[in-house]
Design a protein around this ligand. Sequence first.
Ligand code: ARG
Length: 594
Amino acid sequence: MAKKIIYNANVTNQKNFVVIAVSAQLESLFFTAMTNAFGKSHWQALIQVANKQQQGDYQSNAAFALAKQLQQSPQAVAEQLLAHLPTNDIIEETSISGPGFINIRLTPACVSASLINMLQSPQAGINPSQHPETIVVDYGSPNVAKAMHVGHLRSTIIGDALVRLLNAKGHHLIRQNHVGDWGTQFGMLIEHIIQEKLDLHSLDSIQELNTLYQASKKRFDTDEVFAKAAKERVVALQAGTPDTLALWQILVAKSQEHFQSIYNQLGVLLTQDDIRGESSYNDDLPKLIDDLEKHKYLTISQGAKVLFLEGFVDKDKNPLPMILQKSDGGYLYATTDMVTAKYRIENLKANRIIYVVDCRQRQHFDMLFAAVKHVGYADNSVRLDYVPFGAMLGDDRKPFKTRSGQVIELASLIDEAIKRAYDLYKSKNPDATDVQAMQVAKVVGVGALKYADLSNDKIKDIVFDWEQMLAFDGNTAPYLLNAYVRIASILRKADDQDGNPVSWLLESPQELDLAKHLIQFPELIDQLSIDLAIHRLCQFLYKAANLFHRFYEHCPILNANHETKQSRLKLCLVTQNVLHTGLNLLGIETLESM
Ligand code: ARG
């Protein structure tokens, strides 16, 4: 028998329509039950999405901790909890399984209430944070005069997704591209350019800049006279000698052009304005040392000024120093990062700083975070997150290289993704025009590249596999885009949508499964905005697309009777909204047809 569910929410007045996440509502019900059954205390409801969906939609694991405190069995505690659960209209049924897990099944009314909100929200129900923060995301961060490598590609893609996600939660985001534009390597580069009388303006690819870098490095390592001149050139650069500085500026500008063209190809948010390279902190490096010396934080070790931090030892268990100024007066990567962190907290007023940098730099960031806390630049109100990621490997499971052993040029990698998507599309749609095919190929190719990166647990190395990445089945961008396109096409065919958000008919298991999955979206985004585990968003979207296909196979939409059809069309709309919002958070565009 069809149950008709009407949820009477004041849907016309958006401002009054406050939606409380399902798990928060369950928390409060269970909290009341705990207090009623066992008296006031610091009980925790421990609500989570059910591990086994056959038994319920959500579960509470509260009985275990309570049982310990009350010295009863978890089973007995669970029974008492259920006996004291206040009457409500969100829980349809409960059961106890295993030693004391409480399974909770939601009422269709609860499900449809959440759906109404998601239908009307431009961001599929994502609620703006109650405590908006200023968040700095340090990502991209390639190095001048060197080609961006795959690690920088990963940082750019992951960082971009995090920025979009946190932005959707209503935080104030500040993107910082910490470009490596300073250091002793510029001495040898510039010296080489001067000695060889090279015209930098005629350089038109980053590859040429890279070759230049390699040539000067080789000379530096083998030619003592050159090495000496290069070191003097560093001094000239640091002193701001005009001709040296001018050449450095050209190197920086040429590289930035290259970076920006990659960002444009990828469709990420980074712009010229987000660049704040290492060199911009130069003037503050001596001030940092003065400040730390004044407060007696520094120790002299073999002529260098260092900071000793608790808990950091080398492999022989000797205290490991964080070197901030070398004995020759030079500063290091870590020195700049100390100043940078201080600037972000004091000037940019960051409540949180997120560093998206490959996992080989873990120790550097562990020390940096300990150091800025130790010297008081960051107090407990500032959250510092290091988001490490693994390497990208070729299908031979070795670091990703071209056939000739060169590092992959990112521009050609992205071009290849688009080209492959183009060929694939053309083979399936021989009649498509080139313009059409190119439009689709850009979205699918770049989307596939990003998705392959984001759908893996970041810390793992990822194996680069074109076929798998562009496949139309499996956890891929093309699969999700395909689901989105299918929904768009159904909605185009339905020209009689009544636009009534309120009444839902959720009768068949396939539509209920889909609906129950979709309503978890806003809560998932809440969790991800804390733990930054972006691959879980991919898993979620993949499951949504899967459940949608099952729903689509089992439940006629366009040919159903009027009421059922309207409800199913709305379910299509919510699915579309979730896929669209979710893909956009990943930095992936959607298509209306393909
Ligand atoms: N330029 C550095 C590299 O290529 C990454 C910089 C990361 N950000 C930072 N604040 N240290 O390894």
